[in-house]
Write a protein that binds this ligand. Structure first.
Ligand code: 5GP
Length: 194
């Protein structure tokens, strides 16, 4: 998505060889117009699918996910993160190792908010090693829901996540695909036509 790639070029900051900071438009300060354009694009990409709900993980998935849900006219559910957990049986739970924070969190969704048979679109801000999406896949599976695919704002193709999801047959649609960070610059997989 051209608009997003341009924004990454102007406002993204590369940290080392693996991390991109986008906290001035995506995950701390948020640009609603850009989020809305991205939500519309996710809805367009998955237009042929029947989707009942959008599922994401707090906090940085929420902004793009809510606009995708708005465009699809369905509810959005976000998994909550907890570091420690006393299990009550009311929640679906998965473990997610955070690549940027180097810690494991539990993510949980109240069982009332995903019903068996529902068709879910997963959304996240980044695809790195695929742990966040894998956690959402586990929750969907435990709930007896079907995942129609994963909509990712920024995919880093040089990390393991994409291969992991391809192996599991999960459809992945990414709005920007980054192949490398070179000398503090972002290298995109291809120039997006849209
Ligand atoms: P994964 O679970 O695919 O390994 O990593 C995805 C999660 O880690 C995302 O939800 C995102 O919050 C965080 N993340 C991964 N890579 C980056 C990055 O380069 N920049 C930022 N800001 N977050 C990232």
């Amino acid at each position: 998505m051209k608009l997003l790639e341009e924004r990454i070029q102007t406002d993204g900051r590369v940290l080392g060889t693996e991390v991109l900071k986008v906290d001035n438009f995506l995950n701390h300060q948020v640009d609603p117009a850009l989020m809305q354009a991205m939500g519309n694009e996710f809805a367009r990409l998955f237009a042929t699918e029947k989707i009942d709900k959008v599922l994401t993980v707090e906090s940085s998935g929420i902004a793009p996910a809510v606009f995708a849900a708005l465009a699809l006219n369905v509810p959005m559910v976000f998994a909550r993160k907890k570091q420690s957990l006393t299990l009550s049986g009311d929640h679906y739970v998965a473990d997610v190792y955070s690549f940027t924070k180097q810690e494991t969190n539990h993510i949980l969704v109240d069982k009332r908010f995903i019903q068996p048979g529902e068709r879910l679109l997963l959304i996240d801000d980044f695809l790195a090693n695929g742990q966040a999406v894998a956690g959402m896949l586990q929750i969907a599976s435990d709930a007896g829901a079907t995942v129609v695919g994963a909509g990712i704002v920024i995919e880093k193709t040089f990390q393991k996540g994409r291969a992991l999801l391809d192996e599991q047959g999960v459809r992945v649609e990414s709005l920007a695909r980054i192949t490398a960070f070179e000398n503090g610059q972002v290298v995109f997989a291809d120039e997006s036509p849209v």
